[in-house]
Write a protein of this length. Structure first.
Lengths: 299, 102
């Protein structure tokens, strides 16, 4: 018999508020700071606050605020899902959390070598951060992934990981790796090393940015078209852009929902294949050797 | 005279954006080939539909990259570059007037 228990307690409510409030705050900030314009305009992220530092201008932009809101949302969601774990009496929440963990482990296990079995959390973090950031444009927010700097930060993280694993066999082996198969190809190999994060950045950011720009342009064009068609109606009735209702949503389904999830998945897949391919073939981790020795002693 | 210069800048940026988007041909052909092969594979083995579809989508997204590069360049040329170039032009003219060259 299932024990009767309260479904939500105080901390749960705080966590749910912690998921919703940052997004509401971001929307409020956007509404407060948007300058009064007529018609549709394509601009970059809004600048909330800026100051001069010796290095250059320090700006708090919409992208930074939104990405922190997304980080808050994901952290609160993770804590919310993993509260009150129990072996005997799992709740729906726990089942959902286990489903997520199981699928992330499966994804990592299927695409990376067995040395990287503990990469599940990292890949899940990248996947959820990217997907939620891109999907935040559904709420009318400027999605953080349409800013090149934020995606470039994630890609440079991947670059650091790749270099770390390539350096596992020592710096000489690392430099020698560039001179393969012929020494003349050295500069080209160095360029291709830097091309990996750059291409990851541009792929993700270009897709999301182009989606938002095309959506805006089509909304603008539909507004003009409905002005031409329904402009003869008297007074206020003629000013309402009828065609803009609903029609851009169909495109948004592709550009905002499908493309966002697809790009998040591709970013995670590329991260996995690049990091996994960076480890030299002949490398045997030292921890495993110790582990094996211990096991032999136990046996 | 400065109006003519600004007009040339805007026209050059628009032409450049249009030329950049010629790169859209490549991904179009490539993705068409990929989808055609995927359709053939599904026709031959309908039970492997989900695997083929996911692999095809992944490949398509990779093949799209060059087109996206071109799109980014076109977007920069249309929305960012004209303002920058006009700023450079006006500042240059101002500096030249101050130093007495014009």
């Amino acid at each position: 018999m299932r024990a009767t228990k309260r479904k939500f307690d105080f901390l749960d409510i705080i966590l749910i508020l912690g998921m919703i409030l940052p997004l509401v705050a971001a929307i409020m900030l956007k509404v407060l700071f948007t300058p009064e314009t007529h018609g549709v305009s394509i601009t970059g992220a809004l600048i909330f606050w800026q100051t001069d530092t010796p290095i250059g201008k320090l700006m708090i932009t919409e992208s930074i605020v939104n990405s922190w809101a997304i980080v808050m949302l994901i952290s609160c969601l993770a804590v919310f899902l993993t509260r009150k774990l129990s072996v005997k009496n799992p709740s729906t929440r726990q089942a959902f959390a286990e489903w997520i963990v199981y699928h992330c482990e499966k994804l990592v296990g299927g695409n990376m070598r067995e040395e990287f079995a503990n990469y599940g959390p990292f890949i899940a973090a990248i996947l959820s951060l990217s997907a939620f950031s891109s999907l935040s444009s559904l709420l009318g927010l400027h999605s953080p992934t349409s800013n090149i700097n934020i995606v470039a930060a994630w890609a440079s993280l991947v670059f650091v990981l790749i270099t770390y694993y390539k350096l596992k066999l020592g710096p000489i082996y690392y430099i020698k790796g560039f001179a393969e198969p012929v020494v003349i190809l050295f500069p080209i190999n160095v360029i291709s090393e830097f091309a990996t994060p750059v291409s990851m950045t541009f792929r993700h950011y270009g897709n999301i940015l182009s989606g938002s720009i095309i959506g805006t342009l089509i909304a603008y064009a539909l507004g003009l078209l409905s002005n031409k068609i329904f402009g003869f109606l008297p007074g206020l009735l003629g000013d309402i852009p009828y065609l803009r209702v609903g029609l851009p949503a169909i495109l948004s389904l592709y550009f905002d929902v499908f493309s966002a999830c697809m790009q998040a998945f591709i970013f995670a897949m590329l991260t996995m294949s690049n990091v996994s391919g960076a480890l030299p073939e002949g490398y045997i981790p030292k921890i495993r050797k110790k582990h094996r020795a211990k096991q032999q002693i136990v046996n | 005279m400065i109006e003519l210069a600004i007009g040339i800048i805007l026209g050059g940026c628009a032409l450049g954006a249009g030329c950049a988007m010629i790169a859209g041909i490549g991904p179009g052909i490539g993705e068409g080939n990929a989808v055609a092969s995927a359709c053939e594979a599904i026709g031959r083995q309908p039970e492997s539909k989900s695997d083929v579809t996911s692999t095809m989508l992944f490949g398509c997204a990779i093949a799209e990259t060059t087109g996206i590069y071109a799109l980014v360049i076109a977007i920069l040329l249309i929305f960012v570059a004209p303002g920058r170039f006009v700023n450079i032009l006006t500042e240059g003219i101002k500096a030249a007037k101050e130093s007495g060259l014009i």
